[in-house]
Design a protein around this ligand. Structure first.
Ligand code: 13P
Length: 336
């Protein structure tokens, strides 16, 4: 393990005014996104869509520090035969790779999930490094139960998930790949923002204990957390300022200052909420870590619609716009 190299990669991922494009949807998930615009889920369509994004300028050079890829994409060639990884590198961004095998039902605990993918991970990381990946992502899923179900999430679910995150992180660092650790507390549900705070804080505190116990060098990691936010069907939706305040309070209580950066997931928020929340956090607080975005849906939703399977110009225009708005938000310089 080369901690200097890991730290340098982490700093590149957190370059000011830039953030991470999460283009790592599995084949099943991208199929759901394509269905919304009536596009068939073929290998060529997946390539065309991602090639269109990775060739978008100035979005890629100015606002994207890294791209999270899926196994198929890291091996895929553009229409002219150039590796998609090369398009990303040529734009000055760091290629990354999703290495988890998805969240599966947690045995013995209906309604909860455990992320799989540790078996054979050492070998896969070595191969991904050769293919150009310098960071990786592993997403744990923590659901919050309904009003009559305050047993979800269980400590069992949180503990097994953070244990797996730490095992993944150790293997990544051994391979000189920066682990993005992503414990996502899901926003679906009718719970209020206080409940989200409580679950997120508990999860993050357990995560950093586990990373310590398994010998992870925090300087060579990036945290990808959810924001502390009201459940999507909670009748009382917290304001943008409340989301920013409670998210910062939660992170300050749980995330060590040695972590070189925090890159949020969007988690199903509207495009503008995701941008506004990030901006509120980067503009109004004294923070021990740089913060930026690592958005999937909030960066790609509008471009996907505009592209519609064929219109590259419209897709790139929409991607340029969302990337610029989020780049400004990472600097605390966005305004509606
Ligand atoms: P969203 O921004 O759509 O939540 O996706 C980010 C991601 O990578 C989830 O793992």
């Amino acid at each position: 393990m080369d901690i200097d190299q890991l730290y340098e990669t982490a700093l590149r991922m957190m370059a000011p005014g830039k953030g991470i494009l999460a283009a790592d949807e599995s084949t099943g998930t991208i199929g759901k996104r394509f269905k919304s615009i009536n596009i068939e889920n073929t290998e060529d369509n997946r390539r065309d869509w991602r090639e269109m994004l990775f060739r978008t300028e100035p979005a890629m050079s100015d606002h994207v520090s890294g791209v999270i890829l899926y196994d198929e994409t890291i091996r895929q060639l553009a229409k002219d035969g150039t590796a998609l990884v090369k398009l990303i590198e040529d734009a000055g961004a760091v290629p990354g790779i999703k290495v988890d095998a998805g969240a599966k039902d947690l045995a013995g605990s209906p309604g909860e999930m455990i992320t799989e993918g540790l078996d054979g991970l050492r070998g896969r990381l070595a191969e991904y490094y050769k293919l150009g990946a310098r960071f990786a992502k592993w997403r744990a899923v923590i659901n919050i139960g309904g009003e009559d179900d305050d047993l979800i999430p269980s400590p069992y679910c949180i503990n097994t998930n953070v244990h797996a995150l730490a095992r993944y992180a150790a293997l990544c660092q051994e391979a000189n790949i920066v682990p993005i650790v992503e414990p996502e507390v899901i926003m679906d549900g009718s719970h209020d923002i206080e409940r989200c705070y409580e679950v997120t804080e508990f999860t993050l505190k357990r995560l950093y204990e586990e990373l310590f116990e398994q010998g992870i060098m925090l300087e060579g990691t990036i945290l990808k957390p959810n924001m502390v936010i009201s459940g999507s069907t909670c009748p009382e939706q917290a304001s943008r300022d409340e989301v920013a305040e409670m998210t910062i309070q939660c992170l300050k209580n749980a995330v060590p200052a040695a972590v070189p950066g925090i890159a949020f997931l969007s988690g199903g928020q509207s495009d503008e909420d995701a941008t506004a929340h990030l901006n509120a956090m980067t503009s109004g607080f004294d923070l021990p870590w740089p913060m930026t975005f690592s958005y999937g849906r909030a960066l790609q939703g509008a471009p996907l619609k505009a592209w519609g399977g064929t219109d590259v110009e419209a897709g790139q225009k929409a991607f340029n716009h969302r990337a610029r708005m989020n780049g400004l938000a990472a600097l605390g310089e966005w305004s509606p």
